[in-house]
Design a protein around this ligand. Structure first.
Ligand code: ZN
Length: 445
């Protein structure tokens, strides 16, 4: 079984979180409260915030030009993402690397279904589902026809920003050269891990409120980012030592979290030795592996291994490890967070196995599912957004949620270590838990 992510370094007490959220919701129903809805706990030292992430209502017009750019929302979102990433590196590169950020020379928006542009040794008609950095031209390019709408529809606008930021990460590592340990012999996986990590550092900068263009919540907003990275993982069975490997979903989200936690300077330290120590992506070892695509069955036998691992982790901690039990996923008393609940009184983790099996289906099987109608969360919409302004209670609309549902919704929105890197499916935004369309054939470069 593959394990990944950053473990459980941040502890969020669920009961306390629900209580805090409920109090805020109560306040929201009758009066304005200052600040944003937050739940207790933290995400790598930042408050757990809840609001719709994306372009700010008062975001400036990007002072950038891109070849092929259109007025489409998703294209303008990508352009704003490029401008924001530029702002980030203008600020951070001198601080962390003692040198200014030379801006990326060219930007290109293309539609692989209609355009035929020779670029970087290829033709855009062959570059569907992609975004890339081309060192030859010092160019960041994105596919506005397929990939960007898919990311925006499935995960939300921050997924678009994350991919653009990743490509800028390649531009930065190219500029850093030996400061990031980059030369002609550097493996793809190291470059990709660095780029994902740089993007994570950028996301933190946004989440901390430094961006003129975007705002990012540390709950659903980060889910969008992690979900997108999980989607654009390599196909199962890829060998990370091979040229072109980008990492498994666990590897990619790990790198994002590393950057989010420790900043851009740490990202530049990722090297081959580190990759070989922690990258989880391994090739299939035999036909049985290949037949199951490396997926472990979701049943109590597998959970037995999890129990053994838990017991080992708790040994010497001076407390009893919780017991994994099959049930309806709720607790007889205390807080329930189905389909899996930690029941404090019984010291049990109660699991609804049928639901876990359902949501644990390899999302790739959904590859042919129709893309849902496009979510209009782009540029134009954000400017006439119905969102409340900063300083007012952003949770007021949630006050209308039936009371019995409200705590569950809030409790279920902590993404980071809880849902992000460790779950086989990803949250697709707006509370949906339906599996995303998965693209496994190629990763953005
Ligand atoms: Zn890349």
């Amino acid at each position: 079984m593959i394990t990944g992510g950053r473990g459980v370094r941040t502890t969020v007490r669920v009961a306390a979180a629900c209580t805090a959220a409920a109090l805020v919701l109560t306040a929201c129903a009758g009066e304005r409260v200052e600040g944003e809805l937050q739940t207790e706990g933290d995400v790598a030292g930042l408050p757990v915030t809840h609001f719709e992430s994306g372009l700010k209502e008062n975001a400036p017009e990007p002072d950038l030009r891109a070849q092929g750019i259109t007025d489409e929302d998703v294209d303008q979102l990508a352009l704003a993402s490029a401008a924001d990433t530029t702002d980030y590196w203008d600020e951070v590169k001198p601080q962390d690397f003692d040198e200014p950020f030379e801006h990326v020379e060219e930007l290109l928006s293309y539609n692989p279904e209609t355009d035929s542009i020779d670029v970087c040794g290829a033709n855009t008609s062959q570059l569907g589902m992609n975004a890339f950095y081309c060192p030859l031209n010092d160019m960041v390019a994105w596919d506005r026809g397929v990939l960007m709408p898919l990311l925006n529809d499935k995960f939300g606008p921050m997924a678009v920003t994350a991919v653009i930021s990743h490509e800028y990460g390649h531009a930065v590592q190219t500029r850093l050269g030996e400061k990031a340990g980059i030369d002609d012999s550097t493996s793809t996986i190291v470059k990709e891990q660095q780029a994902d990590c740089f993007m994570g550092a950028h996301m933190r900068w946004i989440a901390e409120g430094n961006s003129d263009y975007f705002e990012l919540s540390t709950s659903d907003g980060l889910n969008e980012v992690l979900g997108a990275l999980f989607m654009i993982r390599d196909p199962a069975g890829t060998d990370f030592t091979h040229d072109g490997a980008h990492g498994s979903g666990f590897d990619r989200t790990y790198a994002v979290q590393l950057g989010f936690e420790e900043g851009a300077a740490r990202c530049a330290d990722i090297d081959q030795a580190e990759a070989e120590e922690r990258i989880t992506e391994v090739p299939f070892r035999n036909a049985a592996d290949r037949a199951t695509q490396g997926e472990a069955p979701i049943n109590m036998t597998t959970m037995g291994y999890v129990q053994r691992s838990l017991d080992a982790a708790f040994s010497g901690a001076g407390v009893e490890p919780p017991k994994l039990v099959e049930g309806d996923g709720t607790c007889n008393s205390g807080v329930s967070t189905p389909p899996v609940s930690f029941c404090e009184d019984a010291n049990e983790v109660n699991m609804d196995m049928a639901t876990l099996q359902e949501i644990g289906q390899p999302a790739d099987l959904q590859a042919d599912a129709p893309v849902r109608s496009r979510r209009t969360r782009g540029w134009a919409i954000s400017r006439r957004s119905r969102r409340s302004r900063p300083g007012t209670c952003r949770a007021s609309r949630r006050a209308s949620v039936p009371r019995r549902q409200a705590p569950r919704r809030v409790c279920g929105r902590r993404a980071w270590w809880v849902r992000g890197p460790t779950t086989p499916t990803v949250r697709t935004g707006r509370g949906s838990t339906s599996p995303p369309v998965i693209w496994t054939r190629r990763s953005p470069s």
